[in-house]
Design a binder for this molecule. Structure first.
Ligand SMILES: [Zn+2]
Length: 429
């Protein structure tokens, strides 16, 4: 099925934007798939429980209503949630994929791996990997967890215990913040303020003032890896000792910060600290590690690429698309959705050249249809079926039967069902 037909089946509409983390339009989805409780879909299959964990009931209901509705609403609460770092690509654990394939007959994207706090798989104790499926909802397709999509780099370098333990702990805290199912307000006792006081950051005996500056300094000293991943975590307090993200969580004034991500980071740190955890200080080799870039950093890197490097980036991405099955046409939209870097270059149209470069490299309709026919015939012969010309016409649409016969003749002349890797550039003769 193409994306439009899938949208139609799932939502009753052909055009849908469905975010991976906090999607809207869930009531329509529930109706179309016969789920009786759309709110349950949200609680059990989206990242909603994590992002609203620290909100008041009223705000949680507001987010829930926005997610149920089909209307694109500008929700103040949803807007604020966007301050949390988002992965650029969906993440996966190779060991979970194999286990899911063995147990459930297929791989699937796992919700808890997409949490901003998840850099390792808690079950398998290995770093998660970044797939090639972007999380930006610019252009949408339904993506299986298939081989071409899951060859990404790990999110963390090789590290022994206890460095890995730090990330395992953070991921578990994230899981806890996801697994309360979003019903009654979870009891996250004690509060971070209480934990900070109990962990020894009381400014002086008898007072419950917090020495935020010392806390921030020690957090920085103990968190080289975390800060390497999210540099802004270094701004735990500002120069006057106020209003950093740490202070927001430990303030005496209500309400404290509602940002679940930094809450999880600080909670995990304090719990480890309290259990006399040893925070290692050595540096590691981060070559080949996927690090999500901030928008600013991405722009800076894009702008420093030479034309040759840009062309190489585009070629690599096209090669990757041509490997995917069922076939997808390598159009500019498909090319830039595979790579946030290319998407960015498209938006700013680097040097006025980039859009035309991408358009020039786009796959012709003939080439794409040849690939579709080859794929269909190969799949059919594998299942001992034959396809008529009109079956193929139905698959391609917008073609005459004569054109279909010509395309088919090209594919049959070259042979199909073999392991010919690339046939992207051939055109109809
Ligand atoms: Zn796993």
């Amino acid at each position: 099925m193409d994306s439009y037909s899938t949208n139609e089946a799932l939502f009753g509409r052909r055009k849908v934007r469905f975010a991976y983390d906090l999607p809207i339009g869930v009531a329509s989805l529930a109706k179309a798939i016969g789920a009786s409780d759309p709110a349950q879909l949200i609680r059990e299959h989206t990242l909603y429980p994590f992002f609203v964990a620290l909100l008041e009931q009223r705000q949680r209901d507001e987010v829930l209503r926005a997610m149920l509705s089909d209307l694109k609403v500008h929700n103040k609460v949803l807007g604020r949630l966007s301050h949390v770092p988002r992965p650029e690509f969906l993440r996966f654990c190779p060991a979970c994929d194999l286990a899911n394939e063995a147990n459930a007959g297929m791989r699937y994207w796992q919700r808890r791996h997409q949490l901003p706090t998840s850099l390792v798989c808690v079950e398998h104790r290995i770093p998660l990997r970044a797939s090639s499926v972007t999380t930006s909802s610019g252009v949408q397709r339904y993506e299986l967890v298939s081989e071409p999509q899951v060859q990404g780099s790990p999110l963390l370098p090789e590290m022994g215990e206890p460095s890995l333990e730090r990330f395992l702990h953070l991921a578990s805290v994230g899981y806890d913040l996801l697994d309360w199912q979003g019903k009654a307000r979870p009891a996250f006792d004690p509060s971070l303020r209480t934990m900070v006081l109990e962990t020894g950051y009381r400014r002086s005996p008898g007072h419950d003032d917090i020495d935020n500056v010392r806390l921030a300094r020690e957090f920085r000293r103990d968190s080289a890896d975390l800060i390497r991943l999210w540099p802004w975590l270094a701004k735990a307090v500002n120069t006057a000792g106020h209003y950093g993200w740490v202070t927001m969580h430990t303030t005496r004034d209500a309400p404290p910060s509602r940002v679940t991500f930094t809450y999880a980071v600080l909670r995990s740190y304090l719990q480890l600290k309290k259990s006399s955890f040893f925070f290692p200080a050595e540096t590691r080799d981060w070559t080949g590690i996927h690090v999500d870039l901030s928008a600013v950093e991405r722009r800076r890197r894009m702008e420093s690429l030479t034309e040759k490097e840009l062309k190489k980036l585009v070629s690599t991405t096209i090669d990757q698309i041509l490997l995917e099955q069922p076939p997808v046409r390598a159009l500019p939209t498909e090319i830039f959705r595979r790579s946030p870097a290319i998407a960015h270059a498209w938006r700013i149209d680097l040097g006025g050249q980039f859009r035309s470069l991408l358009t020039d490299r786009a796959e012709s309709l003939d080439s794409f249809h040849l690939r579709v026919i080859r794929y269909a015939l190969t799949e059919a012969s594998r299942n001992d079926r034959t396809l008529s010309d009109s079956d193929l016409l139905h698959l391609l649409g917008k073609r005459t039967i004569d054109e279909v016969r010509k395309l088919r003749a090209v594919v049959e002349r070259d042979g199909f069902g073999t392991d010919k890797p690339s046939f992207g550039a051939r055109s109809l003769e």
